[in-house]
Design a protein around this ligand. Structure first.
Ligand code: 0RA
Length: 651
């Protein structure tokens, strides 16, 4: 499929595909403004002030070029072969795909003093190209309604569009991109004359930088070999945190799986820092590793090339092998002269890096010690781990369970063939505030690392992963959510590959058990509980009990201590009766018996798991920084703005 999916992502890709065509116009130097509007009727409009799609009759097809661009696959508007096309989008298939996937689409072109329009339904023209007015301006306007027969949802999300458009504005210096939501009036305009320098400043907004942004760009244009054209932009700045935050792009596509451009940059950075440190005698006892060189770095690397090869699970890994060497040598040359010319910055950066190396060495020693004591892997598994018997990682699951008592129930309730249990002592270390040596020597974290077997950071090796499903299982309360957040922070910062690979899940334990006669319902939210109770009381015989039911309904809404007292039964679970319906509230995993835990939360046939994904890497980093980092003020602001979520996030 060209748009990748027919879900939420694919829907938004439609907009990006249209916008990509406008960005091509901007790259060719003819467009300065792109305006995206989510209309009240569910359509989306993209307007640009480029040259306008050509309208003249195409000699080969004997129809308007506009109609060809809009209805023929791969026509994509790339008539003039000398503008080297760099946009990725849907691999450049063009707006005709959007058209084919839309119930209707209307295009308007301002060109040669006139305004032209044509309408399409399900990708097919339903009118001629018609002149509807005059204009002294140039540009293209596309309005489309995604086909609800094709897409699971056709409701556009403002925030999703907003963060991608912001990213595109950063990547295309000076281009103005605006987004308006006519459903509620929300509006954003993005224009960054600093380009990716502004991007790095934005990413470091809630962090403390240690130097100014270092910027470098280079274009390699060869008129005789346009397919070899290549450009690179790099912006980087260190901050005083321990996280590495590098965003790489190829042809404006966020290569979340990295690739040769990223590898080239990393090699150059490590090499230049090592040689500078050696030359200036600031190298400590320990050699500087790549991870040391990147501790606290925020960087954006954006390359453009004419024939990108995208690989990997989500086609977001740049594969062109020649690019590694090209980037490594360009960045290497630039950085070494930059450090020579800016010794003050070089000193700041390198002393930070040397500190990182020292801490890492301490961590290594601690790990060695731990290993010798048998805490970490090296063959031995943690004593607390109740492992499964199957040894095929693809079939195995590891539950990280909150607390020993829940650990006990889940150990009894599980299927020991493929489910392993690791009980954790409550709150693990907040890795956002700790350097690697502390992280790795933290008992709970080291246990997680050794149980998983795949190590962390640079030594991460997915082939050693012992379980392909890792399931975070915490109580459905404020504390449980906090623990989940801490665990997510750890996985996001130290084993991001597991999230990208779709290995990380969050279990969904039920909140209530509702029993009437012999039927039992487990429900997972208060709304669902109310719905089930309503359904159960709606039946005929229940109506006879109406008065009793009313009494109990009043009692139920009255959540006070007295009610609790009445409600407690011997099993330490909160129970309420509504007529002949028994509603039992689970206050924690530990209060469920093993069979209940299996049935509701662990049994692959009946449970619900939430898969953890990174929808938006910029947003994810910002949220972890704000929620788990040092600065209090941004956190306060975030909580105020997201008041509804506070309960869930518990910060
Ligand atoms: C083909 C040729 C030219 C421009 C375009 C397509 C074009 C396509 C889109 C799609 C959205 N906005 C667009 N703007 C322009 C070049 C035409 C010329 O040489 O004047």
């Amino acid at each position: 499929m060209y748009i990748g999916s027919t879900g939420f992502r694919g829907l938004h890709h439609l907009v990006y595909e249209v916008v990509d065509n406008s960005i091509d116009e901007a790259l060719a130097g003819f467009c300065t403004k792109i305006q995206v509007t989510i209309n009240k009727d569910g359509t989306c409009t993209v307007i640009d002030n480029g040259r306008g799609i050509p309208v003249e009759i195409h000699s080969k097809y004997n129809v308007s070029a506009l109609q060809i661009v809009m209805t023929k696959l791969h026509a994509g508007g790339k008539f003039d072969s000398n503008t080297y096309k760099v946009s990725g989008g849907l691999h450049g298939v063009g707006v005709s795909v959007v058209n084919a996937l839309s119930t209707f689409l209307v295009v308007e072109v301002k060109r040669d003093g006139k305004i032209y329009t044509q309408r399409y339904e399900c990708g097919k023209e339903v009118s001629e190209v018609t002149v509807i007015g005059t204009s002294t301006e140039n540009g293209t306007k596309v309005t489309f309604l995604p086909d609800k027969e094709i897409f699971e949802t056709i409701e556009f999300n403002f925030e999703t569009l907003s963060s991608r458009l912001r990213e595109l504005a950063f990547l295309n210096k000076g281009l103005e991109i605006s987004l308006k939501d006519e459903r509620d009036g929300k509006e954003h305009t993005f224009k960054y004359d600093g380009g990716i320098v502004s991007f790095v400043e934005f990413l470091n907004k809630n962090k403390t930088p240690v130097n100014g942004v270092i910027y470098f760009e280079k274009d390699k244009v060869d008129d005789k070999l346009p397919e070899k054209n290549f450009s690179i932009q790099l912006a980087m700045q260190y901050n005083d945190s321990y996280q590495e935050n590098i965003f790489s792009f190829a042809n404006n596509i966020n290569t979340i799986e990295g690739g040769t451009h990223l590898n080239g940059f990393k090699s150059a950075l490590t090499r230049v820092i090592n040689s500078y440190a050696k030359k200036n005698n600031i190298l400590g006892e320990t050699p500087i590793s790549g991870e040391d060189a990147r501790e606290g770095i925020t960087a954006v690397i954006s390359v453009k090339l004419s024939q990108p090869q995208f690989e990997g699970q989500t086609k977001t890994k740049l594969g062109n092998s020649e690019i590694k060497g090209v980037v490594e040598s360009l960045v290497g040359d630039f950085l070494s002269s930059y450090f020579d010319e800016n010794p003050k910055v070089a000193k700041e950066v390198i002393s930070k890096v040397v500190m990182a190396a020292t801490a890492r060495e301490a961590a290594r020693k601690a790990r060695e010690l731990a290993r010798r004591k048998g805490v970490l892997s090296g063959g031995g598994l943690p004593g607390k781990l109740a492992d499964c018997s199957n040894t095929d990682p693809a079939k195995c699951e590891l539950f990280l369970v909150e607390g020993d008592s829940a650990g006990g129930s889940s150990r009894q309730g599980r299927n020991r063939e493929f489910q392993a249990i690791l009980p954790l002592k409550g709150k693990i270390l907040n890795v956002e505030k700790a350097r690697i040596n502390k992280v790795i020597t933290n008992e709970e974290i080291s246990i997680i690392i050794s149980a998983l077997g795949c190590n962390i950071g640079e030594e991460f090796d997915i082939s050693k992963l012992r379980y392909h499903k890792i399931i975070l299982m915490c109580d459905a309360d404020v504390d449980g959510n906090h623990i989940t957040t801490l665990e997510l922070t750890f996985f996001y910062r130290y084993m991001k590959q597991l999230i990208l690979g779709g290995n990380l899940f969050i279990a969904q334990p039920p909140l209530y058990r509702i029993k009437k006669g012999k039927t039992v319902h487990y429900v997972y939210s208060d709304e669902e509980k109310d719905k089930v109770i309503k359904e159960l009381t709606a039946s005929k015989e229940e109506k006879e009990d109406a008065s009793e039911e009313d009494d109990n309904a009043v009692k139920e809404s009255d959540e006070n201590a007295e009610n609790d007292k009445v409600a407690k039964d011997g099993s330490n679970q909160e129970t309420k009766k509504i007529g002949n319906i028994i509603v039992q509230r689970f206050k924690g995993l530990g209060e469920m018996n093993p069979e209940q835990l299996w049935e509701t939360t662990m049994n692959p046939g009946t449970r619900t798991l939430k898969q953890v994904r990174i929808e938006d890497a910029v947003e994810a980093d910002a949220i972890f920084t704000i929620l788990m980092g040092e600065e209090v003020e941004p956190r306060r602001k975030f909580i105020q703005e997201n008041a509804k979520l506070v309960d869930e996030l518990d910060v």
